[in-house]
Design a protein around this ligand. Structure first.
Ligand code: AHR
Length: 491
């Protein structure tokens, strides 16, 4: 029996809806095929963007979308992606399969996508191989409302009004693919580039600096010391890789030990967020700088027979648990984590959608985002959880992960993950400070660890109504099956 206390009379701040953000890069079939099919495609589209994908993404209320990379961002020259399609120069996507990029999906197409799905744009600029001037001009092109060379160019390309652009990344992984810089060098580069990111008209840019690679605490220390509140956000990248980088493991063929290791490595996000936040707290006790986890998710070996540079992988019930656990961690750290972006939206890494020609399917991860959307912009309720250990071999981790919030209408939502591949769990839940009388819920589970959706069976894994929760004498009792994600609504 596990015991959960939800302190409904304590509010710990808003869970920024941007924690439910996504990331889409010019990588494999994410942008091309997955999102952009072109205006002349037989696949139903709006201005070249797939209608089925737009509809699905609207449903999960994606608040913010990061683009164009990733590693691609630091070799992307935005001026190649504007103007008539036939005049746009081609380039080689050297990071991702060496394929030819025709630049048909550029700035105008990205803003149209954001408009269609109702997400705020988050653009990542080029520090590694770009110039300050190029970055400055991109901001001017997008946001300047007066008469200027860049705004005239935008108008000539068919867009009269400036767009609103809040989130801008000053480079990506500049410790690696974005220029192999040292923290000390990048900190100075950040200061230089960021100086020229201007706020035009009513637009106010929230500048996000390249942050650490997983446990590189030195990077965070240097950035906080040398840049501090000149940045509004500091990014963090951490992927759940069950094996090692040379042999990451299959997305669908794995045993119990690999399931367990995946859960354990996902829980490591808690330590990363806590330790980076501790460093940030020393320099920024008022928590003005947000921790922006703008790349997270599972990374496996690619599906057999697919291009190794395209990072195409299947998505099983295991990925659903990874998503649920990570989102609980971000919710519980919402005082510092202001945004997170799962990698990547369609057909790449832990995608919420997979496509094949005109076909589309929703992955188990998609369903978790749909179930958890109730937490967006809700007030975090602190929880304390006592649960048994989940053991495989000699290793142990906590069996349950949880977070809770109260929305603007006063409804309480609790999201729970049972990590064990074989044991159910009963949870006795005390809702301290409130009396609730009704509970309803949604459950995502399956009988096999590797259950997943295919184009032949797209609804093999899908949420169902949950009947394992009841309220007696004001107390909530929840009975969860193994390998499950549950979201409860209490009134
Ligand atoms: O998401 C795939 C890649 O992972 C990104 O391009 C890069 O930033 C990271 O290393």
């Amino acid at each position: 029996m596990a015991r959960l206390i939800v302190n409904t009379d304590i509010r710990k701040g808003k869970i920024n809806k941007n924690i439910y953000g996504h990331f889409s890069e010019h990588l494999g079939r994410c942008i091309y095929e997955g999102i952009w099919v072109g205006k002349d495609s037989p696949i139903p589209n709006t201005d070249g963007i797939r209608n089925d994908v737009v509809k699905a993404l609207r449903e999960i209320k994606i608040p913010v979308l990061r683009w164009p990379g990733g590693c691609f961002a630091d070799e992307y020259h935005w001026m190649d992606g504007i103007g008539p399609y036939e005049q746009r120069p081609k380039m080689i996507n050297t990071h991702w399969g060496g394929v030819v990029e025709n630049n048909h999906f550029g700035t105008h197409e990205f803003f149209r996508l954001c408009e269609l799905i109702g997400a705020e744009p988050y653009i990542c600029g080029n520090v590694g191989s770009g110039t300050v001037r190029e970055m400055q001009q991109w901001i001017e092109y997008i946001t300047f409302d007066g008469e200027s060379p860049m705004s005239s160019l935008r108008k000539a390309n068919g867009r009269e009004e400036p767009w609103k652009l809040t989130y801008f990344g000053v480079g990506n992984e500049n410790w690696g693919c974005g220029g192999n810089m040292r923290a000390e060098y990048y900190a100075d580069e950040y200061r230089r580039y960021a100086t020229y990111i201007r706020n035009f008209g009513g637009n106010n840019v929230y500048k996000i600096a390249c942050g650490p690679n997983s446990d590189d605490y030195h990077w965070t220390e240097v950035m906080m010391r040398e840049v501090g509140t000149r940045m509004q956000g500091l990014s963090l990248h951490y992927y759940t890789v069950p094996g090692d980088w040379n042999n990451k493991g299959s997305s669908t063929e794995f045993d119990e030990m690999e399931w367990f290791t995946t859960m354990k490595k996902t829980l490591y996000m808690e330590e990363l967020v806590t330790r980076h936040s501790t460093i940030m707290d020393r320099y920024d006790p008022d928590k003005k700088v947000g921790l922006i986890v703008d790349e997270w998710g599972t990374w496996y070996d690619v599906e057999p027979g697919t291009n190794p540079g395209f990072l195409y992988q299947q998505n099983t019930l295991r990925d659903a648990l990874v998503a649920g656990v990570n989102l609980n961690i971000f919710n519980n750290h919402c005082d510092r984590v202001k945004m997170a972006n799962i990698a990547q939206t369609v057909n790449v890494l832990q995608a919420v959608i997979l496509t094949e020609g005109e076909k589309m399917l929703l992955t188990p991860t998609y369903h978790v985002f749909n179930m958890y959307k109730v937490h967006q912009d809700a007030e975090l309720l602190p929880v304390s959880l006592e649960c048994g250990e989940y053991c495989v071999g000699k290793e142990t981790i906590p069996q349950v992960s949880a977070s809770a919030s109260v929305d603007a209408g006063g409804k309480i939502h609790i999201s729970l993950c049972n990590l064990s591949h074989e044991d159910g769990v009963d949870i006795d839940c005390l809702l301290r400070g409130s009396t609730v009388s009704t509970v309803s819920g949604t459950l995502l589970t399956a009988s096999a660890m590797n259950a997943h959706n295919t184009f032949e069976k797209p609804e093999n894994v899908k949420p169902e109504a949950f009947d394992g929760a009841s309220i007696k004498d004001g107390n909530l009792r929840v009975s969860m099956p193994p390998m499950s994600v549950v979201v409860l609504t209490l009134d």
